[in-house]
Design a protein. Structure first.
Ligand code: PLP
Length: 415
């Protein structure tokens, strides 16, 4: 059954959209349809204002006094509490610090320490690569530790979880296909085998409602520069369930994780709570950009966000299949919206050149090797008419063969 949505119908859907007003909270260049908020979220005036205050007033005038007077020292925890609302983690369990890669290292190391006598780390062969690189790094520091991968050592992750496994590292939403994992079921499966789970929320924080506490999660990590719009290289977050905090030891025992950093004592004594997952001095200008971005998130109803996210992506799939048939595009993402994050991927042998041709026409998505065209749907600033126009451009690029222009074959460093 196909319903045929034309531009006027898509505009009518925008007019009826309860999240429509959120679009005005972002700055986006004219003539751009931005379908890459899953890699780098859009900027907002609130962010610029926060960065300006932090730089000109707090740093420029307040100088060193601002560590106390501007709340700088506690900013990683304060922002962690606010992200907690978006990922279903009660206060005191999330801190904004370091990068996702570094936080994966800390979480895996801490989880292995909580399960002495078990030496396996389970992860996905199709994981975002840095997760696996960091897992290799952790395994290399622990004699006897080994990595078992879904898709390599067994077809399904469930089949790898047994009583030798200390920790399972899972991407909540796969970065390439957009497949959404069942957090409650997999957490339970791991716990039944006595293992812990580290959830990587890079493509689900700010993309859909997440319920860490309700699922009994142990650890989680995630980016703030993707769906949360914290800015390029904005610091990541790490969540550690309250019940694990006192015994969870992360290996980067820097002074910001110490119970009394300004006592300048000899000997490391970890803070009793989530602070122990910090390492050194945190980047205040980046944190302030994130604070501005979270001001926008404070107004967002996550259920409404999820509903619109699925509707945008469903419309995109429907229109691509109706208008771009015969050009070798194959849907890589789950068709069922309830099993998908907030992105849609298609494979095509010439995906890189096609994406470059789209970007040259103002439709910005991204390419993931070897053959994925990836489109992110960020319901706060993308509407139904944007989806319609993006597919119109894609259909045109394919029908005319415009992507065959040799300049679109030249690979850039960042794709
Ligand atoms: C984007 C992403 C990362 C990025 O890690 P950084 O340390 O911020 O570079 C890690 N894991 C997943 C699943 C991602 O999608």
């Amino acid at each position: 059954m196909t319903r045929s949505v034309d531009l006027a119908a898509a505009e009518a859907m925008d007019a009826a959209d309860p999240l429509r007003a959120m679009r005005d909270r972002f700055v986006l260049p004219q003539g751009v349809i931005y379908l890459d908020g899953n890699s780098l979220g859009a900027a907002s005036p609130t962010v610029f204002a926060e960065v300006d205050i932090a730089a000109r007033q707090e740093w420029g005038e307040g100088l060193i006094r601002s560590w106390n007077t501007a709340g700088w020292f506690d900013m990683p925890l304060e922002l962690g509490h606010r992200i907690g609302r978006l990922i279903g983690g009660a206060a005191g369990q999330t801190v904004v610090t370091d990068t996702t890669s570094i936080n994966i290292y800390k979480a895996l190391h801490a989880a292995m320490g909580l399960r002495p006598g078990r030496n396996a780390i389970v992860a996905e062969g199709g994981s975002f690569p840095t997760d696996l690189y960091m897992a290799e790094g952790v395994a290399a520091t622990r004699p006897g530790a080994r990595l078992k991968l879904e898709g390599v050592d067994a077809p399904a992750i469930e089949d790898l979880i047994d009583d030798t496994v200390a920790v399972v590292l899972i991407n909540h939403v796969n970065y390439k296909s957009g497949e959404l994992r069942d957090m409650a079921a997999l957490t339970k499966r791991a716990h039944d085998a006595g293992a812990l789970v580290v959830w990587d929320l890079c493509h689900s924080a700010g993309a859909l409602p997440v319920e860490l506490d309700a699922c009994g999660a142990d650890f989680a990590v995630g980016c703030t520069y993707k769906y949360l719009n914290g800015g390029p290289g904005a610091p990541a977050f790490i969540y550690v369930a309250k019940r694990h905090q006192a015994e969870a030891h992360q290996p980067l025992s820097g002074w910001w994780g110490h119970a009394r950093p300004f006592a300048f004592e000899q000997g490391y004594d970890a803070d009793a709570g989530i602070r122990r997952f910090q390492c050194g001095t945190q980047g205040m200008l980046s944190l302030r950009a994130l604070k501005g971005a979270l001001d926008v998130w404070d107004e967002v109803d996550m259920q409404a966000l999820r509903k619109k996210s699925i509707a945008l992506a469903d419309l995109f799939i429907e229109l691509v299949e109706a208008r771009c048939a015969g050009h070798g595009l194959a849907l890589e993402s789950p068709r069922d919206g309830s099993k998908r994050g907030s992105q849609v991927s298609f494979t095509q042998d010439n995906a890189y050149a096609i994406m470059q041709a789209l970007i040259a026409r103002g439709v910005i998505g991204d390419f993931r090797a070897p053959s994925t065209l990836r489109f992110g749907f960020t319901p706060l600033y993308i509407g139904y008419a944007d989806v319609w126009k993006a597919v119109d451009v894609l259909a045109n690029v394919l029908a005319t063969g415009a992507w065959k222009d040799p300049r679109f074959a030249v690979r850039a460093a960042v794709t």
